[in-house]
Design a protein around this ligand. Sequence first.
Ligand code: PHE
Ligand code: NA
Length: 508
Amino acid sequence: MAENRENWGSKLGLILAMAGNAIGLGNFWRFPYQVAENGGGAFMLPYFAALLVLGIPLMYVEWMQGRYGGKYGHGTVGCMTYLQAKEKLGHSSAAIIGALVGMLVFSVTTLVNSYYTQIIGWTLGYSYLSLIGGYMDTARSTGEVFASYIQNPGMSITFWVIALALLAFALSRGVQKGIEAWAKIMMPLLYVLGFILIIRALTLGSPVNPDWSPIKGLDYLWSPKWNELNWQSALAAAGQIFFTLSLGMGIIQNYASYLKPDEDIVLSATTTVFLNEFAEVILGGSIAIPIAFTFLGPEGIESGVGLSFIALPNVFRMMPGGQFFGAFWFLVLFFAGFTSAIAMYNYLIAMLEEDLNLPRKAGAVIVFSFYILVGLPTALEPYLTKTAELVFLTELDNWVGNYFLVVVGLIEALVVGWLFGEKKALEELNRGGYWKVSSAFFNFMIKFITPLSIAILLVFSTRSYIKDGYFKWIPRFVENMPELVPWVQGARVLLFVILAIGFIEAYY
Ligand code: PHE
Ligand code: NA
């Protein structure tokens, strides 16, 4: 059954592909603004707690589920969950759980993709802008340049479609020649350029206010603020851990399904976490935030989803060779996002391969068209509303990036901890491993602490989501932003439609 499945070509290729999967726009685009919106130091405490209690254990769980599924020829999470839940529950109940998870994961990858690929398009467009000097003229603020970029479909839609087409091309070449080959080139390059940019960022002086320095920006990030801790920031931190490690999306399992049945899990998974966290808190945290602080001050860093695109061009304006440096930097960001989007894209292709027996090339074309359809509302919003508010994108990201991922993670921990069973789970986790997970870790962490913390988090976040009107059809924007209401509703309609499609898929 599993004979015709591809495997990873080499250990290095596997690690870089997994790092490419995890390291993405989450590190360089999402992390800085999540930190900024949640009070800096108040965010980092729950962030590291979530890394230890949720991130690392779930990473092991997902690698294990994936390798297990791959052995049976499956690369999608619904099937994996079914196989593991069956150990305790038998066929019919396991099928229900498998279908539920399959539906959620399908929805998550699809919806994340609908806005993630937009941002990949922005990075590509901004490389181009950098090259032609599109933001070098200081008469317009970089915020205005960004707004006019996303409101101009000739730019934003064009680069988005180019990005999607390149993804389709890369994916049609398969695991080793497609996924692995891209990661091997782009990931090392990303680290090197990240370092160069950090050095530049930390040696800047503020042209605006001598009190604003890059070091103050770092201070903002690294001073713990216990009194500002709340459930909102804890949830955002946990959501960021899920997002940045690609957890709860099915794509870690999907990549792990191409492991050989006794290839190491624990050490490789830990390495992936380490590589991602380094790229996030060190590279991601030392570039955009210090630069934003230096140029825009404490208020300015709260520019939300546009942070990376508004703050960073400021530095390229002043640097010798900034045009080329900017172009190169955005291009590298593009590849970071690209190697993550490849994983998401591959998930749907694997689904088509396995459910419908479609060849990879046909799958790539179908997924391309599907993603165009689903991403169009996000792409068109700034143009149609003539604002740069991006409420549609933000609404989707709040639901998917902070909420659904966490729900999926809870189910995974419960299935592996309680239904698959200790003996089988430990055997699967540790077979062929350079490092091993102990029975104590399994019984304490994976069975109790991890799911319990997710459950508590979910209770509180659900409460705050209810309070903020997320569950209400007439949304919280009614009072102050009437013109944006249709977009929030649109985001929710899309959410329901995709969930419904996933539901049908799960019961195919
Ligand atoms: N882990 C990715 C990141 O940090 C998130 C991601 C991966 C999102 C794949 C979508 C698809 O950017
Ligand atoms: Na990441």
